[in-house]
Design a protein around this ligand. Structure first.
Ligand code: GAR
Length: 207
């Protein structure tokens, strides 16, 4: 069974979708490791409840040699589990080229907004609307602030450029007039949870 490592920083509802699919026999792989930069990340509890190895790798500095050591430690732990796929499921750290070179073509990321295939600054929706490509850590709030009628989610291969890389899957989510960041993000995540299971299965099937 192909191994999947999941890196996360938060609640881990997407991890749960993978674990649930695995328990139901609907996942073409096995989650072998969950690792986090945050001790309080609820995703670590979800891993332990499912009997999956969980690792917290404390990050003491966001730049300089300590940041590099942290990433090296993370890469060493991930490498021990020899995963076929590494899923960034709400992982709020940017991985360097050194990390990515260690796991070539094996790291994928979930992003709670639509990203373009060409790395550009705009995305064309299925209805032909051209909207800004939202990148960074606050894209759900950005979509509301900009008054967009639609946003969505993207799964892409990870490259050293932030929120960039070949698109694997994308889905649109309409924005309601009374949406808050929480209500919109929850609807996006409901779509993401289905998309991540389908995309992982597709990748592990060699497509
Ligand atoms: C998801 O919406 C994912 O796209 C986003 O974090 C959420 C994790 O939800 N990722 C990023 O923003 C990465 N920059 P979860 O913890 O409930 O799975």
């Amino acid at each position: 069974m192909p191994g999947i490592a999941v890196l996360l920083s938060g609640s881990g509802s997407n991890l749960q979708a993978l674990l649930d699919a695995q328990a139901a026999g609907d996942l073409a792989g096995e989650v072998v490791l969950v690792a986090s930069d945050r001790a309080q990340a609820y995703g670590l509890q979800r891993a332990l409840q499912a009997g999956v190895a969980a690792a917290y790798i404390p990050l003491r500095a966001t730049r300089g040699p300590q940041r590099q050591q942290w990433e090296q430690r993370l890469a060493d732990i991930v490498a021990c589990f020899e995963p076929d796929l590494i899923v960034l499921a709400g992982f709020m750290r940017v991985l360097s080229a050194a990390f990515l070179e260690r796991f070539p073509n094996r790291v994928i990321n979930q992003h709670p907004a639509l990203l373009p295939a060409d790395g550009g600054d705009t995305v064309t929706t299925t209805s032909g609307l051209v909207i800004p490509a939202l990148r960074g850590a606050h894209v759900v709030a950005d979509a509301l602030r900009l008054g967009l009628p639609v946003t969505g989610c993207t799964i892409h291969r990870v490259t050293p450029r932030v929120d960039d890389g070949p698109i694997l899957a994308r889905a649109e989510v309409p924005i309601q007039p009374d949406d808050t960041v929480e209500s919109l993000h929850e609807r996006i995540k409901a779509v993401e949870r289905r998309l991540i299971v389908a995309t992982v299965n597709r990748l592990l099937a060699g497509e």
